[in-house]
Ligand binder design. Structure first.
Ligand code: NAP
Length: 446
């Protein structure tokens, strides 16, 4: 049977673009469909613009601390449109890079919404095309809760485009996005209140790190309303928002940001008609090799809701393309994936938390370093870092590493190699400290 394409990818985000490019490199005839902009969440409205905002926001502290180092900064002021527009311009640059990568690999780009019309069949812009293999890489979108007036709030999709910064903001949620934007907005002078439905930030993270972030954020002036659930949202005459809460006092602010998780973009693709039963949260079920139950249909990235992280989607897309069109079959190793929250200060983690290790291994050793980085001591900034190593006492192997403090994600990426390689605590201890650094604490924990 002949097809128009060997591979048709729906969704030009991180996973889709990588998979299309690798498949094309193996000689496949590839097309990709994108209804919005090439690059997907990470590039267009996620990791990349967020990280630029994190960097931009942190100058607030750096400029303040610079005085202790002898710098006089006159007329210090911040202009949101400048940061916003420069960030959006960088997004345009990356968007163009992604497009040129696709073009240079001879991947045909279709602008528009593609749906699956039948076995090996795609409908795009009123045309039907066929493909030997179809990949769904449509990502996920921010969730908005089912409470009256919820649409008065915005999500992380809209926040990069704000006309002006609000004077105050409510952020609902306590995960990655909530804590990252709490930091960004607070540094930029917005009065921020996080509304948290439990008494815990960053569920799944090592408790001591999450508690440290809560303490530092509170000290900085970010407000927290714990054990608080939104009930109804009202828009007031002056354009501000009132959040009525279950069993608690209402809150008012100029802006409301929902940061309560992301749900797979799986509806309206024609999957149900093909007999694909979506999971309760809308995720497409796939096996370890990213195949659905139909031999010609595959899915990678956030739409499968395995691990919602860009590098994971990229690897899934790469493995699938190699498996379908190359000479090597491989699958993604999901063990020991590092991740970071770009809060102020940032935190990063790999492997088991202390409580996970206690529950699964029983016999563990915990090493911590709780210190004030030199820069903070000198600046008289009362902000302590916390590093924690989790060690399996029976083998002496590192099974987890957790850090909060300046540059924690940069440091942890290197440490994650040691954890992934199964190094022992004794091997870490054999390494001579690189002095004076914050990272030297890792080899000095006894
Ligand atoms: P998230 O990290 O899963 O956190 C969701 C938060 O919202 C949790 O605190 C959760 O509370 C709360 N929540 C859920 N439903 C709620 C409701 N109906 N009402 C009130 N609160 C509710 O989600 P996210 O911050 O939206 O980010 C989505 C995903 O994107 C992340 O899981 C991560 O994989 C990825 N991401 C990664 C990065 C990064 O790598 N730096 C940055 C951004 C996003 P509970 O704890 O009680 O469930």
């Amino acid at each position: 049977m002949s097809f128009d394409y060997d591979y048709f990818v729906i969704g030009a985000g991180s996973g889709g673009v990588r998979s299309a490019r690798i498949a094309a490199g193996h000689g496949a005839k590839v097309a990709i469909a994108e209804e919005y902009r090439v690059g997907g969440t990470c590039v267009i409205r996620g990791c990349v613009p967020k990280k630029l905002l994190v960097i931009g926001a942190h100058f607030a502290e750096d400029l303040e601390d610079a005085r202790r180092y002898g710098w006089t900064i006159k007329d210090k002021s911040f202009d949101w449109p400048t940061l916003r527009d420069n960030v959006l311009a960088d997004v345009d640059r990356l968007n163009a890079n992604y497009q040129s990568t696709l073009d240079s690999h001879k991947v045909e780009t279709h602008r528009g919404r593609a749906t699956i019309a039948g076995p090996n069949q795609i409908s795009i812009n009123g045309k039907q095309v066929t493909a030997r293999h179809i990949l769904v890489a449509t990502g996920a979108r921010p969730m908005v809760p089912d409470v009256p007036g919820a649409d008065h709030g915005i999500t992380s999709n809209e926040i990069f485009h704000l006309e002006k910064l609000p004077a105050s903001a409510i952020i609902c949620g306590a995960g990655y996005i909530a804590n990252e934007f709490a930091g960004i907005l607070h540094e930029l002078g917005v009065e921020v209140t996080l509304v948290v439905r439990s008494d815990t930030l960053l569920r799944g993270w090592d408790r001591s790190l999450a508690d440290r972030l809560l303490a530092i954020s509170t000290e900085k002036g970010i407000h927290f309303r714990l054990n608080t659930k939104p009930q109804r949202i009202e828009k007031l005459d002056d354009g501000s928002i009132r959040m009525h809460c279950e069993g608690g006092k209402a809150l008012e602010a100029d802006m409301l940001l929902w940061a309560i998780g992301r749900e797979p973009n799986s509806s309206g693709l024609g999957l149900e008609a093909l007999g694909i039963e979506l999971k309760a949260n809308g995720a497409i079920p796939v096996d370890a090799a990213s195949h659905t139950k139909l031999p010609w249909l595959h899915a990678v990235g956030d739409v499968t809701d395995r691990v919602q992280l860009t590098p994971v989607a990229i690897r899934e897309g790469h493995a699938l393309a190699d498996t379908l069109f190359g000479s090597t079959e491989w699958t993604v190793d999901y063990d020991l994936i590092p991740s970071a929250v770009f809060s102020h200060p940032p935190m990063a983690s790999v492997g088991m938390t202390e409580s996970e290790a206690r529950n699964t291994l029983g016999n563990i050793k915990i090493f911590t370093s709780d210190f004030r980085p030199m820069k903070n001591v000198f600046s008289k900034r009362n902000e302590r870092s916390l590093y924690k190593l989790v060690v399996d006492a029976s083998t002496d192997r590192l099974v987890g590493a957790h850090m909060i403090g300046p540059d924690a994600p940069e440091i942890l990426q290197a440490l994650a190699i040691a954890v992934k390689a199964g190094l022992t605590k004794a091997q870490v201890d054999q390494t001579i400290a690189l002095h004076p650094t914050m990272a030297e604490e890792l080899v000095l924990m006894r």
